[in-house]
Design a protein around this ligand. Structure first.
Ligand code: AMP
Ligand code: GLY
Length: 441
């Protein structure tokens, strides 16, 4: 079976790497791919924002299955466009992707279907923001409605800060384009978990959970990034919590979307805050997370191809996703200046050494690299995703990833040395517990 993977980050490198483990996959083509993906699959340059170019690639390549990695082509309707042309595609339609592409839609949807989430108000003017703010005790969260690459969420400790943030979103000062709609949200405290479910329009089944590290700095300090590292362990959430999230969040979402005639198929990535009032949805994404995917796929025992086919064929209810016991971690090596402006084209040393050491339990996925005159250079904020697992648990997995990372160097390279610190130093009051589940069932 020939598979076309759309995207060119660490997530797509991990998807291509995992797909190639299946005997049934004869060829993987990646558009556009990157410098690392090019070493294991044929890459076709393309701008993923161009539906016409993506369609032309599918028509030329005639894949048996297409997998869409990033949110941008989903938001533009690539799944609808390919399905209309008879292609088998993994991912949600443009309408179903609104769970990610419109926070107002997602919040109103959760309210309609009784899915636990923070109290909120959708505002279309500064006047309305001022009025609604009187109903929120600080701290309050101000969110842009649409996709904002992690820059559209502002945590405000006072009403004045929230009003200023709203004014900047409306004026365009914050995101470059002026927003017509924003969301005010109650500030939630607790520990965050990324919960991934596979959905086929009717059924939702749990895949795995992971924890991301959104801030650039150690100890979760500094500005937000796309994610500086992730880990996935058996103990991140309890089996009871997994069941609860599957039924009360993922399946409820699939049922609600189906009832509204917008069947949801693909990955439902639930950003959950474990609050003292129980688990609450912070946001939905409608695709795999990056870098959570790198950590999760390394631990996955079930063939990834089976997940994609079950979603596309409507048979997710017959699939059990098995993970290898133990833990996996992913540490991001980012360019100097990230998450601000970065300079591309820096040569990367040590990649030969790490590829000689690569195994099913230790692999360096490329997030933002390019092949320039035969050598791999940096090409983006997040450059490499050093990923490792161990059946013995988190500490050996971390030791393995950091030992690999020690071989790699490029000018300005930055990374966090404290990936998984919350799991290694658990604060009892922030751990998701069964008690929390019981109070909400
Ligand atoms: P989102 O894109 O909605 O997931 O927001 C990005 C990040 O902002 C989340 O991962 C949280 O760390 C934080 N965040 C979002 N909403 C809230 C909230 N209501 N309370 C506290 N933190 C939040
Ligand atoms: N790691 C967060 C995301 O993929 O959105």
């Amino acid at each position: 079976m020939k598979v076309l993977v759309i995207g060119g980050g660490g997530r797509e490198h991990a998807i291509v790497w995992s797909l190639q483990k299946s005997d049934r996959v004869t060829e993987v083509v990646c558009a556009p791919g990157n410098g690392g993906i090019a070493a294991i699959a044929r890459c076709i340059p393309v701008d993923v924002a161009s539906l016409a170019d993506l369609i032309a690639i599918a028509e030329h390549e005639q894949p048996a299955l297409t997998v869409v990695g990033p949110e941008l082509p989903l938001s533009l309707g690539i799944v609808d466009a390919l399905q209309q042309r008879g292609f088998k595609v993994f991912g949600p339609t443009q309408a179903a992707a609104r769970l990610e592409t419109s926070k107002a839609f997602a919040k109103q949807f959760m309210q309609r279907h009784g899915i636990p989430t923070a109290a909120y108000a959708v505002c279309t003017s500064l006047e309305q923001v001022r009025e609604e703010l009187t109903r929120f005790a600080p701290a309050v969260v101000v969110k842009a409605d649409g996709l904002a690459a992690g820059k559209g969420v502002i945590l405000c400790t006072t009403h004045a800060e929230a009003e200023a943030a709203a004014a900047e979103l409306f004026s365009g000062a914050l995101l470059g384009t002026s927003q017509t709609e924003l969301i005010l949200e109650e500030f939630l405290e607790g520990e965050e978990v990324s919960f991934f479910a596979l959905c086929d329009g009717q059924h939702a089944i749990a895949i795995a959970s992971a924890q991301d590290h959104k801030r650039i700095g150690e100890g979760d300090t500094g500005p937000n990034t796309g994610g500086m590292g992730a880990y996935s362990t058996d103990g991140l959430i309890t089996p009871a919590m997994r069941t609860w999230l599957t039924h009360h969040v993922a399946q409820k979402t699939v049922d609600g979307m189906s009832a509204e005639s917008i069947p949801f198929s693909g990955i439902l990535f639930c950003g959950i805050m474990m609050t003292p009032r129980g688990p609450m949805v912070l946001e939905f994404n409608t695709r795999f997370g990056d870098p959570e995917t790198q950590a999760i796929l390394m631990r996955m025992e079930t063939e990834l191809l089976d997940l994609f086919l079950a979603a596309v064929d409507g048979t997710a209810d017959t699939l059990v996703v098995r993970m290898k016991p133990g833990a996996s971690v992913c540490v991001i090596a980012a360019s100097g200046g990230y998450p601000g402006k970065v300079v591309n084209g820096k040569s990367i040393s040590g990649l030969e050494a790490v590829s000689a050491m690569a195994s099913d339990e230790n692999f360096v996925f490329h997030s933002g690299t390019a092949l320039q005159d035969g050598t791999i250079v940096t090409a983006g904020g997040r450059v490499l995703a050093i990923t490792a697992m161990s059946s013995q648990g988190l500490e050996p997995a971390l030791a393995s990833a950091y030992a690999t990372l020690a071989n790699i160097h490029f000018e300005g390279m930055q990374f966090r040395r404290d990936i998984a610190w919350r799991a290694l130093n658990p604060a009892p009051e922030t751990q998701p517990t069964l008690k929390v589940v019981a109070s909400n069932s």
